[in-house]
Design a protein around this ligand. Structure first.
Ligand code: 5AD
Length: 382
């Protein structure tokens, strides 16, 4: 017998976290369908039926950091390091742009030296000039100081993605060596917001030792810092990393399911933001993106890194190294056939939340936005 369970969000924080944990623990097909369906409908009402696109260019795997989960960590010596020359970064970005992907995401390993900072600034400036400001640029280049973020914003980047990875300072400490500082990462996110970027964050889902209570806290953290967009995805072990040794009973199907549940929960908590269906979701299953969209995501990010560099940008195992079937509009259209959503080429696809927040800020007497005042009713199978 099925029984209706009403879940009131916006209750006291501990109760809210418990509620979300409950949603993340759902496992019967009927419950999952109800959860994903709820998030999907909410997405339709808030951000609509459009799927926004970002072309990713991963332009260097040289990294100063040593995250225990990541295949391009500094200590992995079994990896050929590359840095694409500026001309190639521009060419790859323009290939995406001319193919209808008006918004691009430039990503690389972390570097903070002046040469790198200058290179990024020049590339961003050139792309804006060569497209007559037609290209939308998101950066995902890790922790930098305020001045660097400001320079890149000044050059024309207008969105920045910096995952918190996990909002629990305790877990953060276990996955990152001592040269990482949770407090600094939070300050980076605050800097980005102050400068005027649309700010994205997110986490790794299904890390060893991470519970659904931790993930519930992560979702609430993202709402608390009021992100404009979320980039988050299931953790996939990489053999040449210390964390892979701690993974017991790894199940790709479970990772996928947890990733989808997080999308749904975040959509319910933050209805008007952009949520990406991550590359790792599509790596776990050829249906990953499609299912992500069905669970409440509204952005996908096909890869435009030139094929010869892809194998070396191995954040995790199985990350597609060949040119794949998803990097043209036609291919994407067939991937999403039958859905009520449509991919929108030639659009930046900015976060509605960003504009809404600014409007609210400028409006007199506002208190808070309505985004989380939602009751979810899902059927619980008895
Ligand atoms: N599995 C999935 N995602 C990973 N990332 C790094 N390593 C892995 C992994 N093993 C993600 C991190 C980082 C982003 C660029 O890639 O969350 O922020």
């Amino acid at each position: 017998m099925a029984q209706a369970a009403t879940v009131h969000l916006n209750s006291p924080p501990a109760a809210e976290r418990e509620t979300i944990r409950g949603l993340l623990d759902l496992s019967s097909p009927g419950d999952l369908e109800a959860l994903f369906g709820r998030a999907f409908r909410l997405k339709e009402q808030t951000v609509g039926r459009e799927i926004y696109l970002r072309g990713i260019v991963e332009f260097s795997n040289i990294c100063e950091k040593d995250c225990s989960y990541c295949g391009i960590r500094r200590s992995n010596t079994d990896l050929e390091r590359f840095q694409m020359p500026p001309d190639e970064i521009v060419a790859a970005s323009l290939r995406a742009y001319r193919g209808g992907f008006k918004s691009i995401l430039l990503q690389s390993g972390e570097r903070t030296d002046p040469e790198f900072i200058g290179l990024v600034e020049r590339v961003v400036r050139r792309l804006k000039e060569e497209t007559d400001d037609g290209i939308g640029i998101t950066l995902s280049l890790g922790e930098q100081n305020h001045d660097t973020y400001r320079r890149w914003f000044g050059a024309g980047a207008h969105r920045y993605l910096l995952r918190i990875e996990t909002s629990s300072p305790r877990l953060y400490g276990t996955f990152h060596p001592a040269d990482h500082d949770y407090a600094f990462r939070r300050r980076c996110l605050a800097s980005l917001r102050r400068i005027g970027y649309q700010v994205g964050s997110g986490m790794l889902i299904g890390l060893p030792g991470q519970t659904t209570a931790d993930l519930a806290a992560d979702a609430l953290f993202l709402r608390e810092i009021d992100v404009d967009m979320i980039g988050m995805g299931p953790y996939i072990p990489h053999r040449q990393t210390p964390l892979a040794e701690k993974v017991l009973n790894y199940s790709p199907a479970k990772q996928l399911e947890l990733g989808l549940k997080m999308i749904a929960v975040c959509r319910i908590l933050m209805p008007d933001i952009n949520i990406a269906a991550a590359t790792s979701l599509q790596t776990l299953s050829p249906e990953g993106w499609r299912r992500g969209i069905r669970a409440g995501a509204n952005v996908v990010m096909p890869n435009f890194t030139p094929a010869r560099y892809r194998a070396a940008y191995s954040l995790y195992e199985g990350k597609p190294a060949a040119e794949n079937e998803t990097d043209s509009l036609g291919a994407l259209e067939s991937l999403f056939t039958g859905l009520t959503e449509k991919i929108v080429p030639d659009a930046w696809g900015d976060s509605p939340r960003f504009f809404r927040r600014n409007q609210l800020r400028d409006a007199p007497n506002h208190e808070s936005c309505e985004s989380s005042r939602i009751n979810i009713i899902i059927r619980k199978s008895a």
